[in-house]
Write a protein that binds this ligand. Structure first.
Ligand SMILES: Nc1ncnc2c1ncn2[C@@H]1O[C@H](COP(=O)(O)OP(=O)(O)OP(=O)(O)O)[C@@H](O)[C@H]1O
Ligand SMILES: [Mg+2]
Length: 342
């Protein structure tokens, strides 16, 4: 599938997965890829503490105001302004930010700041579980509806919290019979249930525990939340280097180098270790493919000091290569139930 078609399948892409597997890095790589393909991108961060700006070479953390992370955009972005093509902007949305905006949009600007600063949100969220998540998702829905960007990427919290976060709307829908909370929840459920508007992209590592967790999360997301799943991004994969099976002394002699016995032994041990890790990785990827019939896209493990703009370009290329290998849109994104039924 071509990259643009893939990225235009749904406006909102929620990037989710276990803590530390590379959700923020994948979000950044997707944003970089989409902007490179000429799309306008708005990244929504839910905590404001992620390494997203540094992946684009910017310092600082994300705040309520939008910042430009990529692209030739010298305007000072105001919330609600359309994002120019080929540009990545990012902002943070916390429940407090979202409540302030909600109240301001409903003619309550003057009281809104006082309410939030007095801790009213904490009182409300104790009384109505899930309201914090609905405020944030309601804001994401409003951004999607306002069509300010071709792609809205949500860097979701780690899996456990993400599951509560995404299921909050359904819970509130059951609890609230009428009123603004119910209509907000209903609209969020509608957004999550429409693959043309929203998909979840799960990120994992090619290791046993993260693979177990991603399989479980995929079923739970589909069964409990009814959200469409995109391909699984397998981050930090080791490359396949079959040459490592060669005898190091022979490989060295081919380029005119003679190894000592110690050097030969050390290189052979390093090569065997790497090949072993690669074969364990392959086993995990095969196991995941058996248990979860979602396409997999791999991103390489990069050595060095963190992920900056140069690394991001490499990761975006890897995503592009994986996307180009995919079949037609949403061909097999529904996982089988664990029992093997439909
Ligand atoms: N492919 C990669 N190669 C090398 N380093 C990586 C790669 N992907 C991520 N990292 C590094 O791993 C760390 C964790 O990545 P990241 O912050 O994207 O994970 P996360 O899932 O967003 O974490 P959290 O759950 O804390 O939000 C970061 O320091 C990041 O730079
Ligand atoms: Mg993160």
């Amino acid at each position: 599938m071509d990259v643009r078609s893939f990225l235009r399948q749904s406006t909102v892409l929620v990037v989710a997965g276990k803590g530390g597997v590379g959700k923020t890095t994948t979000t950044a790589a997707l944003a970089r890829l989409a902007a490179g393909a000429g799309l306008s991108v708005l990244v929504v961060d839910l905590e404001g503490k992620s390494g997203l700006p540094s992946a684009f070479g910017s310092s600082g953390s994300l705040d309520y105001e939008e910042v430009v992370l990529f692209g030739d955009d010298r305007t000072r972005p105001a919330p609600g302004d359309p994002v120019p093509a080929g540009t990545v902007r990012a902002r943070r949305i916390t429940p407090d930010d979202a409540l302030l905006e909600y109240l301001a949009d409903h003619g309550l600007r003057r009281v809104s700041k006082r309410l939030v600063h007095s801790g009213a949100i904490d009182v409300v969220s104790t009384a109505i579980p899930g309201i914090r998540d609905i405020l944030v998702l309601g804001k994401v829905k409003q951004i999607e509806r306002s069509q300010v960007a071709d792609l809205v990427l949500v860097d979701a919290p780690a899996t456990g919290h993400a599951m509560t976060f995404l299921s909050s709307a359904r819970g509130l829908l059951d609890a609230a019979r009428s009123g603004p909370v119910r209509s907000q929840a209903a609209e969020v459920v509608e957004l999550l249930g429409d693959p043309a508007r929203c998909q979840v992209l799960l990120v994992t590592l090619p290791e046993e525990m993260p693979v177990n967790e991603v399989v479980e999360a995929a079923f739970a997301l589909e069964d409990r939340i009814g959200v469409a799943l995109g391909p699984v991004v397998v981050n930090a994969c080791l490359p396949d280097v079959p040459e490592l099976d060669e005898d190091p002394a022979h490989a060295a002699s081919c380029v005119g180098v003679t190894l000592t016995e110690d050097q030969r032994r050390a290189l052979a041990a390093a090569a065997a270790f790497t090949r072993h890790r690669w074969s364990l990785q392959r086993q995990q990827l095969e196991r995941m493919a058996e248990q979860l019939p979602l396409p997999q896209i791999t991103m390489p493990h990069l050595v060095g000091d963190g992920v900056g703009p140069a690394e991001l370009t490499v990761l975006a290329h890897a995503l592009a290569a994986g996307i180009e290998q995919l079949g037609s849109p949403r061909s097999s994104t529904r996982p089988r139930s664990p029992g093997g039924g439909p």
